[in-house]
Design a protein around this ligand. Structure first.
Ligand code: ATP
Length: 236
């Protein structure tokens, strides 16, 4: 198992948010984490990447406990988080954002090679190389956020709502890109409101409801699950 989250409880002050969440991600998988607004999806990713520490429970990455580590230590172990709302450095240009994604690395020529690979994956970023990130379109900012996360050479990529707020033409492009990144060897834990698209590309999925895992299974099975259809797939 690449990632194993065991029964984590996360709270904001006195208010409980996650109430014993367990999930696992195997090497090579795309695992989707679905759920309504406020269910705790972002909090789950933040707890894995060390931005919040769980009040109880354990998290293992490559068999090593990581729940007490700092975010930077977790990045060094091979987990990169592309956060919701993108959180790129708006005033820096595209290239500078990508370079900052490699902050844990010293291998200058390899960093250069990886930037070229990101440009191959997202050619528009090469065109916009010298443009301030804050002036990019929503879809381009999302690509930059994913590209920046890839620059730390992660084995596990945490993606928080990559399709949120994107123009429809970008939505299918971003899901295709996620699939491509997975085929290039990255394991992905994907938080999404767009359950329909997420279940199309995921191998397995979990459904989070008010801080608890309500359902889990193969993505192809969950698509046909009546409760998932009604709550997340528009009853279709
Ligand atoms: P969304 O899709 O709306 O982002 P989500 O499933 O990602 O939802 P979270 O952002 O994890 O949900 O939030 C879960 C709960 O925790 C919500 O009730 C939210 O109000 C609360 N919460 C999130 N961040 C904080 C915070 N910094 N302080 C206090 N409460 C918070």
């Amino acid at each position: 198992m690449l990632l194993e989250v065991r029964h984590i409880h996360t709270r904001y002050g006195k208010v409980g948010c996650l109430e014993g969440v367990s999930l696992s991600v195997k090497e090579g998988e795309i695992v989707a984490l679905l759920g309504a607004n406020g269910a705790g999806k972002t909090t789950t990713l933040k707890t894995i990447s060390g931005l919040i520490h769980p009040a109880a429970g354990k998290i293992f990455f490559k068999e090593k406990p990581i729940d007490a580590l700092l975010p930077e230590e977790i990045v060094r172990l091979g987990i990169a988080h592309a956060p919701e709302g993108r959180k790129i450095f708006q005033k820096l240009d595209v290239l500078e954002n990508l370079e900052l994604g490699a902050f844990i690395r010293l291998d200058k020529s390899e960093i250069q090679r990886d930037i070229e690979e990101i440009y191959q994956l997202f050619p528009i970023l090469k065109k916009r190389m010298k443009q301030k990130a804050g002036t990019l379109s929503g879809g381009e900012q999302q690509m930059l956020a994913i590209g920046r996360a890839l620059m730390s050479q992660p084995s596990l990529l945490l993606l928080d709502e990559p399709s949120l707020g994107l123009a429809p033409i970008y939505v299918s492009a971003i899901f295709q890109m996620i699939q491509k990144i997975n085929k290039l060897g990255k394991t992905i834990l994907l938080v999404e409101q767009n359950a329909h698209m997420a279940l199309k590309i995921a191998h397995r999925a979990y459904v989070l409801e008010t801080g608890r895992i309500a359902l889990e299974g193969k993505a192809s099975d969950l698509v046909n699950e009546p409760s998932v259809k009604n709550a997340y797939l528009g009853g279709s």
